[in-house]
Design a protein around this ligand. Sequence first.
Ligand code: NAD
Ligand code: TYD
Length: 337
Amino acid sequence: MKLLVTGGAGFIGTNFILYWLKNHEGDEIVNLDKLTYAGNLENLTSIEKNPRYSFIHGDICDSTIVNKVMEGIDKVVHFAAETHVDRSISGPAVFITTNVVGTQILLDAALEHKIKHFHHISTDEVFGQLEIESHDKFSENTPYNPRSPYSASKAASDHLVRAYFHTYGLPITITNCSNNFGPYTFPEKFFPLAITNILEGKKVPVYGDGKNVRDWLYVEDHARAIDLVLNKGKIGETYVVGGLQNGISNIDALRKILTIMGKNEDSIEFVKDRPGHDRKYDIDWSKIHNELGWEPIFTFDEALKKTISWYTENETWWENIKSGEYASYYQKQYPHS
Ligand code: NAD
Ligand code: TYD
């Protein structure tokens, strides 16, 4: 089988490609990636000479390239997106272009090339927020209520993917997952920002009161969930994927990181809250568990330790990022740190 992976030089795409080539020995992967600030080919040097892997530098909004790479493809796994909420607040336009228009261009090409299965990677953020005290969880039946430009653009892309199923019969599936963590996460996201700041002897900026709750999914568990959906998922269906039984507050998650890294609470710095900061995400992942037999293999604590070890052992990887263009983003985003 030949898979087209979009956005394979980003965090989850990288982990997915490495996982797939290891676990599906007969399969080939084509990785289409624009290499934005978040795309990093260094992640994939271990497979760059693998005959079952090829890389195409291109934009999913470019229909000529997209139609060319779709030739001979059996299944598409669509990760490519602008993904950071804070960047969507300071500059929403590119989120609409890539996440909405780019997805539509891929869908058109998938129809044209009679793709057997188009799998769209989305987020639990499309459901909006839960109240802290609430015992509700997001499921496949939760109405959409996105509240950031990022989540609004992802919601629009989900609607388009379903529209192409109902209107044109394109064989699609969607997964809406919670916050991922693990190796190769760009250090703008909370966990790698915290871990690398601690390694650099800096404080960790915590938005607002730190009580916002997230569900956390280890990226390797996510890759297995996508694998199951690609192989056993029902066409036209959506599956939500989460990693925990109950979400955890940012401050409690950070305390765990600090304990593992042998630091105390002096490393915490409360900073101005994110505008429209969603209070709580929590996932009921019983559908994918009951129907496809998926569950996370790694406990949260184990996966956190593995992630911290990876950042500790791969300083050059994140130092290169933090010393480049990202330094000026950090200065703007955290002016008083
Ligand atoms: P990322 O920001 O680490 O990587 C995104 C990748 O997409 C990069 O390699 C980038 O170069 C590429 N890309 C961006 N615009 C492109 C374009 N126009 N054409 C081609 N390539 C382009 O993202 P990630 O964290 O790996 O997220 C992957 C997917 O998973 C996204 O669709 C995101 O919405 C979804 N998701 C992520 C999380 C998370 O916690 N990271 C949680 C839920 C859902
Ligand atoms: P993030 O990793 O940006 O993911 P998302 O916004 O998609 O959930 O943030 C995770 C949580 O951590 C979120 O509640 C915002 C918070 N956060 C901080 O407290 N400080 C930070 O510097 C960042 C980037 C995030």
